[in-house]
Ligand binder design. Structure first.
Ligand code: SAM
Length: 180
């Protein structure tokens, strides 16, 4: 556990960001801030096919911007994070430095991703009706890849909601799907 914690912090230090930590957020169905471990994030992003890099990457519930930081190295046309908590939005902006990503401070329920979105990333940001609305609003394009991380086993049935997910890769606590 100590070694894993040290790796998490060392990656932040190397990239000049501060993304570790935990923070409660308001809303019964909104999960607290706790970043996807770097050790899971890197294989998740490595599973993205080259062809998807032409579109936009969207992290719903971006917290302090760890996922945005990593995605900004890959050459997506646009990298966008949506975050409901104002303090976390400020932290994500601070962590951006000279990297190219946008932070939208909003409820993901009310957000519709850019039309050219090729990767939708969810690091266990919310559950219940918030998850359902966000998925229905944004998982409409058959070219979309959904990357999902959970702290436990990923439950595809709970995630699918009739939108038709096909698993294309998975790892410890994460899975990637095509939609439709
Ligand atoms: C488990 S953290 C993951 C953060 C980020 N994806 C990462 O891995 O570094 C979930 C994040 O989703 C945000 N969140 C929860 N509900 C939200 C909502 N309805 N709209 C936007 N963001 C939300 C939380 O504030 C928190 O920052």
């Amino acid at each position: 556990m100590r070694i894993r914690g040290a790796i998490e912090r060392a990656a932040d230090v190397l990239l000049g960001v501060q993304t570790w930590g935990y923070q409660e957020v308001a809303g019964a169905e909104n999960n607290p801030y706790s970043p996807v471990p770097w050790t899971a994030l890197i294989p998740m992003l490595m599973s993205v096919p080259k062809s998807s890099l032409r579109g936009s990457f969207v992290d719903l519930g971006c917290g302090k911007g760890r996922v945005l930081t990593a995605a900004s190295f890959l050459g997506f046309s646009r990298v966008v994070g949506v975050e409901i908590d104002a303090e976390l939005c400020v932290a994500a902006e601070r962590n951006r430095g000279s990297r190219r990503y946008e932070v939208v401070c909003a409820d993901a329920c009310k957000y519709v991703a850019p039309a050219d979105t090729s990767v939708l990333f969810l690091g266990n940001p919310f559950v219940g009706s918030v998850l359902e609305t966000a998925m229905r609003n944004n998982c409409t394009d058959g070219r979309l890849m959904l990357c999902y991380y959970n702290t436990g086993k990923v439950n595809r049935a709970a995630l699918d909601l009739g939108i038709g997910l096909t698993e294309i890769s998975h790892g410890h606590n994460w899975a990637a799907y095509t939609v439709g």
